[in-house]
Design a protein around this ligand. Structure first.
Ligand code: THU
Length: 132
């Protein structure tokens, strides 16, 4: 069962997205080990590769607030397809999430279209413990 405030935070974040080039607005939110929710939106750039994804913003906000573990995540976007995290963002979530981390992929209203585990999106992943 997806956390409603988590999804609401992602929906609200999407409304702040800066995406003048793709016009594809994305919001994301992560819940940390204390239950605090941190959100982010995509921020594009005229130098296209410098744009950042919503998930990256949410992860950065969590770290700034002191969170170090993601216990649930949500991504919100419009369109027919699923707005699943890109490869780089899967790895960013991996840094702070366990294999069973639930990642809810939602439409722009916050309706969950599909939920994945991190392991499903990034199997056989490399993480902090590989460096221990
Ligand atoms: N984007 C995200 O922010 N998160 C995703 O999960 C998929 C894609 C952004 C990147 C870019 O600003 C726009 O969506 C189109 O790719």
């Amino acid at each position: 069962m997806a956390d409603k405030p988590l999804i609401a935070a992602a929906v609200a974040a999407r409304s702040k997205a800066y995406a003048p080039y793709s016009r594809f607005l994305v919001g994301a939110a992560v819940k940390d080990e204390t239950g605090a929710i941190h959100a982010g939106c995509n921020v594009e750039n005229a130098a296209y590769p410098q744009g950042t994804c919503a998930e990256a913003g949410a992860v950065a906000a969590m770290v700034l607030a002191g969170g170090r573990k993601i216990v649930e995540a949500a991504v919100v976007g419009a369109g027919e397809g699923l707005v699943t995290p890109c490869g780089g963002c899967r790895q960013k979530l991996r840094e702070f999430g366990s294999p069973g981390l639930a990642i809810h992929v939602c439409d722009e209203t916050g309706m969950v279209k599909k939920s994945f585990t991190l392991e499903e999106l990034l199997p056989s992943s490399f993480g902090p413990e590989n460096l221990a």
